[in-house]
Design a protein. Structure first.
Length: 321
């Protein structure tokens, strides 16, 4: 029975007690920790850039539908600051790395089109489903490269139009690279501003990215890091004006109000003349969707009756009517 019990030496060994025997010395090398290698993502703090991309999305959303009408929506997700190497490691291969400039700002920027976006657009263009087809480590074909080029040129053209109303720049596509090693716009540890965007194609969502060196915007940091005023935006004003001009509205001009007896009306015949008692210098009311909006004069243009607006009707005047 005594063999079933542990000895004191065995108990001490199990409980971590002192060991009289010689212990093998374990040597460990201590290496310094490099905090610069830690991925650091900083979100927010770029309200000016966020506003610029909000404006760009509204314009690009209409432009990109010219490639295929099956693109439902384009939107911006996140804007954050991280290290260039950490960002590039997240991009799947193959992808299209489009290097562009924004003169007079120095340094290059990237517009990265994810392969899933390219393959989904090609699939729907040829009548297929809205999902990327399988790719086995190959590069883009000439057709796929042309689709990428159309997407990128449309994006950069509309991007330039938005910037020109805030800080005039000339956006120029420098090159299209498929090898990420040829798309190093900064050193791996330098900080970059990443703008993540997504595109919805018949229910399938695919990403694309803008990448700017943080130092690129130093000359205009007051624009990027502060709220951009939207009070004077000619691009947005032009788009709004075009949409308003396409509206269909009912216009009605009131010339006169007269009362007649039923007996007199029954005596009217074809060719009977009715004197409205109005002259060419009289002011009439013009109604827009049954609301009195303008005072007008009666005239003719190319043998057709027309109304010349004299003045708009203010709300105060309407209340006094």
């Amino acid at each position: 029975m005594s063999d079933e019990f542990l000895s004191q030496e065995e108990i001490d060994a199990l409980l971590g007690g002192e060991d009289t025997g010689e212990k093998e010395e374990v040597k460990s090398e201590v290496a310094p920790f490099d905090f610069s290698e830690v991925e650091h993502i900083k979100k927010g703090g770029l309200p000016g850039l966020e506003m610029i991309f909000e404006r760009w999305i509204k314009i690009y959303r209409d432009e990109v539908r010219k490639v295929t009408p099956r693109i439902n929506m384009v939107w911006r997700e996140n804007i954050y600051i991280t290290r260039f190497n950490s960002f590039m490691l997240k991009i799947p291969l193959p992808s299209s790395y489009n290097i562009f400039t924004m003169r007079p700002l120095k340094e290059n920027a990237l517009l990265i089109v994810d392969s899933r976006l390219v393959f989904t657009i090609i699939s729907v263009l040829f009548g297929g489903p809205a999902q990327p087809f399988k790719v086995e480590g190959r590069e883009f074909t000439k057709l796929e490269t042309k689709i990428v080029e159309d997407l990128v040129n449309s994006a950069l053209k509309s991007f330039e139009s938005v910037w020109n109303n805030i800080y005039p720049v000339v956006v120029e596509l420098r090159s299209i690279e498929l090898n990420p090693n040829l798309a190093k716009i900064v050193s791996p540890n330098e900080k970059v501003i990443v703008v993540e965007c997504r595109m919805d194609i018949d229910g399938y969502e695919a990403p694309f990215y803008f990448c700017f060196p943080q130092s690129m915007f130093l000359p205009i940091k007051e624009i990027i890091y502060t709220q951009v005023s939207v009070s004077d935006d000619p691009v947005w004003k032009k788009n709004l004006d075009e949409k308003i001009r396409k509206l269909n509205l009912k216009l009605t001009m009131e010339i006169a109000k007269l009362e007649f007896k039923i007996g007199d009306i029954l005596q009217w015949d074809i060719g009977s003349e009715i004197d409205l008692g109005v002259g060419k210098d009289d002011i009439f009311k013009l109604y827009v969707e049954n609301k009195h909006k303008f005072n007008v004069k009666l005239g003719k243009v190319n043998n057709k009756y027309a109304a010349m607006i004299v003045e708009p009707v203010l709300e105060e005047e309407k209340e006094n009517e």
